[in-house]
Design a protein around this ligand. Structure first.
Ligand code: URA
Length: 452
């Protein structure tokens, strides 16, 4: 393959593809100037990029042009569909049961998928949940489940279908066949500063979810310091565009905007989060995790036309039964002790007062630096590493009381983790002044808004 003077690549694509139909540089110029790409141009670009005819450097320039200029209401559905068309589409229509899935844009301590999938399945709706591994400060669902001894993330499409029939819930790795254009483009965006573009995030998430074949989809769009979207307006815009894409593709879709200023629950880290998810399934667990799990379950059931109270299925142990079967079906032992990190260190309250802020990003970075997350896709993660939280915003604390326990197998990691927590929390001596602890904190609601 060689690059000619105009920057366009000469490579022969498959016989049905005209690699000379458009010129990548010309398309980049249109978008750079704020113009609209035609449906034909978009389809050509995505296919040519997936085939390696449009070069990475050209697609990087296009992603940057989109970062600044956006994709308009006519471009975005075509862009998303073109990404779907680069791969396979799963079909659960023969399952004989409604299907619903949830996608979270990612947050700190976000273990909601773990109790949610078995809970919704226990209420009669099948949950095909194709998940990913974590990158950066947000954890990945597969990394969490892999801390359960024996549990396997990879399933064939046939295994997935049979588990959905038998158990009703599957959480497994998304195969490389779903929207391969997104896989390639996401890796490129990750290294070119173009992840945070609303149309690119919307098309990336929705191409995979639509290709996955779920009938209904609930989106958990996080907003706050520990989320992709730190401003509510941006999160609302992302939610709106994803809901429109889903509905246009025939997937019943709603979104909840939820708070991510402080970590969800009391743990961030793989095995630590599994432990907390099991507490929720046992009818306990932190209030914010229970609230969000039940809120998302209600939306998934409502979209599927099932009138069952999910809170009851948590209380009476039905969701726990499905969890145990789901873990066993993928080789895991739900009764095996979870890994515990070899070293612990505590962070103490500096004064008497009220904890007024515990920053999600600071805790997420600390968990990551302790070994719970990875810097590069191929890095291993530690199952036991992470942060245990002993007080949430709004809680009264005493000087010297432990606020956090840090866990890692490698004690040399403590120093960098502690650095990321510097300035990450505030204790106010004046309890009255600090009363409004913020959403997601003790007593506040995690759900900010519903977008449909
Ligand atoms: N998650 C995705 O799958 N894609 C994005 O672009 C961002 C988050």
């Amino acid at each position: 393959m060689s690059v000619d003077t105009t920057g366009s690549r000469s490579a022969a694509g498959p016989a049905d593809f005209d690699s000379h139909r458009f010129d990548a540089v010309q398309l980049i110029r249109i978008k750079r100037g704020g113009g609209s790409l035609s449906a034909e141009q978009i389809r050509w670009l995505i296919r040519a990029y997936t085939l390696g005819i449009v070069a990475d450097e050209q697609m990087s320039a296009m992603a940057m042009a989109i970062y600044f200029r956006g994709l308009d209401e006519s471009e975005l559905p075509v862009w998303t569909q073109a990404m779907i068309d680069t791969g396979e589409r799963l079909d659960f229509s023969r399952l004989g049961r409604p299907t619903a899935d949830k996608h979270s844009t990612g947050g700190v301590g976000d273990k909601i998928t773990l109790p949610l999938a078995p809970l919704v399945a226990a209420c009669g709706v099948a949950v095909p949940q194709l998940s990913g591994r974590g990158l950066g400060h947000t954890g990945g669902t597969l990394d969490k489940l892999e801390s359960i001894p024996g549990w396997q993330a990879s399933l064939s499409n046939e295994q997935m279908m049979s588990q959905l029939r038998d158990v009703g819930a599957v959480i497994c790795a998304a195969g490389s066949g779903l929207a391969p254009a997104d896989r390639k483009l996401y890796a490129l965006r990750d290294v070119t500063g173009t992840v945070e573009a609303i149309p690119l995030i919307a098309s990336s998430i929705m191409s995979k979810k639509i290709a996955e074949g779920t009938a209904s989809l609930v989106l958990d769009v996080k907003v706050g310091s520990g989320a992709f979207m730190t401003r509510e307006d941006d999160a609302r815009e992302l939610a709106r565009r994803m809901v429109e894409l889903g509905e246009a593709a025939g997937v019943r879709t709603v979104a909840l905007l939820t708070a991510m200023d402080t970590p969800l629950g009391l743990t961030a880290g793989n095995a630590l989060e599994v432990r907390e998810a099991v507490e929720v399934l046992a009818g306990g667990g932190p209030g914010d995790v229970v609230e969000l799990t039940v809120a998302l379950a209600r939306e998934m059931l409502a979209l599927s036309g099932v009138d069952v109270d999910p809170a009851e299925a948590l209380r009476d142990g039905r969701a726990m039964d499905v969890w145990r079967r789901m873990i066993r079906a993928q080789g895991g032992d739900p009764d095996a002790p979870l890994p515990v990190a070899r070293h612990q260190r505590q962070v103490f309250a500096p004064a008497d007062g009220v904890l007024t802020r515990l920053d999600a990003m600071a805790v997420g970075l600390a968990a990551w630096r302790l070994g719970a997350g990875r810097a590069r896709k191929e890095d291993p993660v530690q199952a036991g590493a992470g942060v245990e939280i002993h007080a949430k915003p709004g809680d009264a604390v005493r000087a010297g009381q432990p606020l956090l326990t840090l866990h890692t197998d490698e004690p040399e990691r403590f120093e960098r983790a502690l650095e990321s927590l510097e300035g990450g929390f505030d204790v106010s001596a004046d309890a009255a002044e600090s009363a409004p602890a913020g959403r997601g904190a003790t007593g506040g609601s995690v759900v900010i808004e519903r977008v449909s």
